[in-house]
Ligand binder design. Sequence first.
Ligand code: CUA
Length: 314
Amino acid sequence: MTTFAPQSDYADWIHSLYLQVIGWDGLILLIVTVAMFLALLRYSTRSERVPAALPIHRDHTWLEVTWTVGPAIVLVAIAIPTVRTTFRSQPAVTPEDALVVEVTAHQWWWEVVYPELKIITANEIHLPAGRPVRFELHSADVIHSFWVPALGGKRDIIPGHVNAITVTPRTPGVYHGQCAEFCGLSHANMRLRVFVEAPERFAAWANQQVQPAAVPGRPAAVTTPGEAGARLFATSLCVTCHTIRGVASQRAGPDLTHFASRTTLAGGTLDNTPANLAAWLRDPDAMKPGAQMPSLGLTDTEVAQLVAYLGSLQ
Ligand code: CUA
């Protein structure tokens, strides 16, 4: 995660502002350092002829004017682009072709909804490059902060209030994000990934996400682990918190309809591998302290069945 490699218009503005401020700071540092060394040399007690220092209470009009007007000019030079960027980054009007993505922060994961595409996913946001996107930020519980450094500045997520941030991602790539406001025990485990893709790739992803959930195959008279896992899921506590379209429809936890199409699990902290999923199912709290998902006391066989089932949900 770095703010030094901006990949959106918004991130460019912040980056350019940063460089301007650093430029002024650098200039001041240079002036102060040069003045300090000149004074050190001129008034060194090692020197043979030490000039008498100026009495500090003597009036020195041009010097006083200089040290008042000089910093004032620098402050104005910083204020103008800052105010301009502030207004630019809070547009009153959202671009008409903007893709709306509703992001709901939960302790400790991100729910991602594309209302116009009817897609619900978690912790991973896919976006088409070059199209403005308007993130509408909701909180399900406490204050969080949405931050994907490559795409732009942080924006706080306040319960009972919808904040928004509009950016146009430019370069395809995977950009990491992180909740940037302390929100409890697993604040540090509240990560997200943004996949900026060429428009065709994004369309393919979107098309795949709206498909119904995969149903495990049913070879005659053989019960596959995936099939057993599907039955276990549908009859266990899983359905009281999660959605798998056609099976369960609760929103307390992430929508798992296309769970296997995601690269991560557990608030974006673990690679989505069978081993990590099994460890997560056995003891969520060990992987993400304070996790809202309880340990279900599953046997090894049950864990393997659920892993097989969830792993089939492409
Ligand atoms: Cu959510 Cu920190």
